[in-house]
Write a protein that binds this ligand. Structure first.
Ligand SMILES: NC(=O)c1ccc[n+]([C@@H]2O[C@H](COP(=O)([O-])OP(=O)(O)OC[C@H]3O[C@@H](n4cnc5c(N)ncnc54)[C@H](O)[C@@H]3O)[C@@H](O)[C@H]2O)c1
Length: 273
């Protein structure tokens, strides 16, 4: 019979990338609230430190790791450090990511590569590092990748980002197939409209993403935007004992939007220059 304790993460150790703000910060704090010790990794040292301090205020262990996840060797070294400082790692959440918005025909090669280097490859590097540790020790483990609904449906203006996140969703399925026999579960979440500080750089017809998103709430069945806590709740579920037979899945967290056909596109079509 299931116990309430099955949802708790007491004694588990996690690392979250992009934990300095937004969804990653919410996931890191959520995991800590449910009992995990959590390393907060971010390219921004100050915000990583801020999240780590908040985790410690919750009574959990934490360390701040200032790393650019696009640097594979630095990411591996940070995972190693978190492992040493927390006495191991059981959960790795690849969340760091940024979307670039413009018409597909205006993206140059290096800009496309950059989106893949940030939004796809680090999830592979982190999962590979963790699996190489977990397989020999027969410990099992949990990986959660933060994808997006734009990796499931098309989204005008976000061609490289959508493609990279679609790759992340398939990476999740493929890794879950390979690593399942070792007790390693690999899942993803696909958030939809969630106002976060990092979206401020995208300009949509003169509106900020937050303003644009608020205008979209009428198309969301649950009639509100997402929050970092909505995403954290899904991640906690996926890494908890409640989800012990769930692997290879991408849990869509979108207030019901993908389940209903919309007559209007989710975002305006970007204008060609
Ligand atoms: N906000 C949304 O509506 C939404 C929707 C779907 C998916 N997502 C995904 O959720 C994740 C988090 O998005 P967010 O909205 O919280 O963004 P955000 O920009 O607010 O936060 C991203 C964090 O990642 C860090 N980061 C960026 N580049 C990094 C790098 N190279 N190395 C290490 N850290 C880096 C940033 O410093 C920041 O703290 C992203 O992967 C994004 O694609 C967001």
């Amino acid at each position: 019979m299931l116990q309430v304790s099955d949802v708790m993460l007491t004694g588990r150790r996690a690392l979250v990338t992009g934990a300095g703000q937004g969804i990653g910060e919410g996931i890191a704090l959520g995991l800590a609230s449910f009992g995990a010790d959590v390393a907060a990794l971010d390219i921004n040292e100050q915000t990583a430190e801020r999240t780590a301090a908040r985790i410690r205020e919750l009574g959990r262990k934490s360390s701040a790791l200032c790393v650019d996840v696009r640097d594979a060797r630095a990411l591996e070294a940070a995972l190693e450090r978190a492992w040493d400082e927390l006495g191991g790692l059981d959960i790795v959440v690849s969340n760091a990511g940024i979307a670039t918005h413009k018409p597909a025909v205006e993206f140059e090669d290096d800009e496309f590569d950059e989106q893949v280097a940030l939004n796809l490859k680090p999830a592979f590097v982190a999962a590979r590092w963790a699996a190489r540790r977990w397989i020999p020790s027969d410990s099992g483990g949990n990986i959660v990748n933060v994808a997006t609904t734009e990796g499931i449906r098309g989204c005008p203006g976000f061609a490289p980002y959508s493609a990279a996140k679609a790759g992340m969703i398939n990476l999740t399925k493929t890794l879950s197939s390979e690593l399942g026999p070792y007790g390693i579960r690999v899942n993803a979440i696909a958030p939809d409209y969630t106002p976060t500080p990092g979206l401020g750089h995208i300009d949509l017809e003169g509106k900020t993403p937050g303003e644009m998103m608020r205008g979209m709430t009428r198309f969301i069945p649950l009639r509100r935007l997402g929050s970092a806590d909505d995403m954290a709740g899904a991640v906690i579920f996926l890494v908890s004992g409640l989800a012990s037979w769930i692997s290879g899945q991408t849990l869509v967290i979108d207030g019901g939007s993908l389940a209903c056909a919309r007559v209007e596109g989710p975002l305006p079509f970007p204008e060609l220059r």
